[in-house]
Design a protein around this ligand. Structure first.
Ligand code: ATP
Length: 253
């Protein structure tokens, strides 16, 4: 299937490139450095998990990568577009068209059907992808027989699959997931993680996921650890045991 712009088809351009990103909230005595000079590339078509103790900067990292928060200094490139210099209107368009969000709490619209929820970003004006893409997404998340249902008629795992399909519908540069299995039981949570893995492997999407759970993080290609706002190492092809061991070394989770 075609991509939307030539720059985004270049494998050499990472999905997200953060360079010396610092985020300071407040000022003077009350200043809190939430991110402290973070430099990282998220490879296109990769699955990256972000872990770290409470307050280490995970949400701030995700928000800066998504253009939801502006860094105090440093640069964030999304598929080759510098976010820090965009005005609010263009930033909103980038978030709508090129980033998919998946939250712990699903955030579906109760009065809309599954199909309308999935297509919501397109109804709100996002550029239409290749016509073959939406049916492909619906099929991939296994919801073809639920399209006329309302969210309340679905299980938690099915609702999260609707949210994942909605995040994918614009064929974004990156899907950002904030504790996507936090509200699910372990079996349903595994199904959602398998789906995220399948989306990366089968459609070449890029996923960035914040999680506290070593098992969830083990579905990623790499785990990056944050501590006090800075990168504190990474693990490639991580096993749950290796992740848990790293967490135990720091003993502050
Ligand atoms: N809007 C804000 N104003 C002031 N301080 C903030 C704000 N947002 C975050 N912080 C501070 O920045 C630091 C990093 O917060 P962040 O939410 O990114 O951490 P986290 O790793 O996601 O934590 P948790 O796992 O508890 O969700 C914390 O010290 C937090 O108190």
């Amino acid at each position: 299937m075609e991509t939307k712009a030539p720059e985004r088809a270049t494998a050499a351009v990472p999905a997200v490139r953060m360079s010396s990103v610092t985020k300071v909230y407040g000022s003077g005595d009350r200043a809190v450095t939430a991110l402290d000079g973070v430099t990282i590339d998220l490879p296109r078509g990769g699955f990256t998990a972000v872990m770290g103790p409470s307050g280490s900067g995970k949400s701030t990292f995700l928000h800066c990568a998504a253009g939801l928060d502006r860094p105090t200094s440093g640069s964030v490139l999304l598929g080759g577009t510098e976010l820090s210099t965009l005005d609010e209107k263009r930033l909103t368009a980038v978030r709508r068209d090129r980033i998919g969000f998946v939250f712990q709490a699903y955030n579906l619209v109760p009065s809309l059907t599954v199909e309308q929820n999935i297509r919501l970003p397109l109804l709100l004006g996002a550029g239409a992808p290749d016509p073959a893409w939406p049916p492909h997404v619906v099929e991939r998340v296994g919801l073809a027989d639920r399209l006329g249902h309302r969210p309340a008629q679905l299980s938690g795992g099915q609702q999260q699959r609707v949210a994942i399909a909605r995040a994918l519908i614009t064929r974004p540069d990156v899907v950002l997931a904030d504790e996507p299995t936090g509200a699910l039981d372990s079996r349903t949570g595994r199904q959602v993680l398998e789906l995220l893995r399948d989306i990366v492997d089968g459609t070449g999407q890029t996923v960035l996921m914040v999680t506290h759970d070593p098992l969830a993080a083990s579905y990623a290609d790499q785990v990056v650890f944050l501590r006090d706002g800075g990168l504190a190492g990474s693990l490639a092809d991580p096993s749950p045991e290796a992740i848990a061991e790293r967490m135990a070394q720091w003993g502050e989770w």
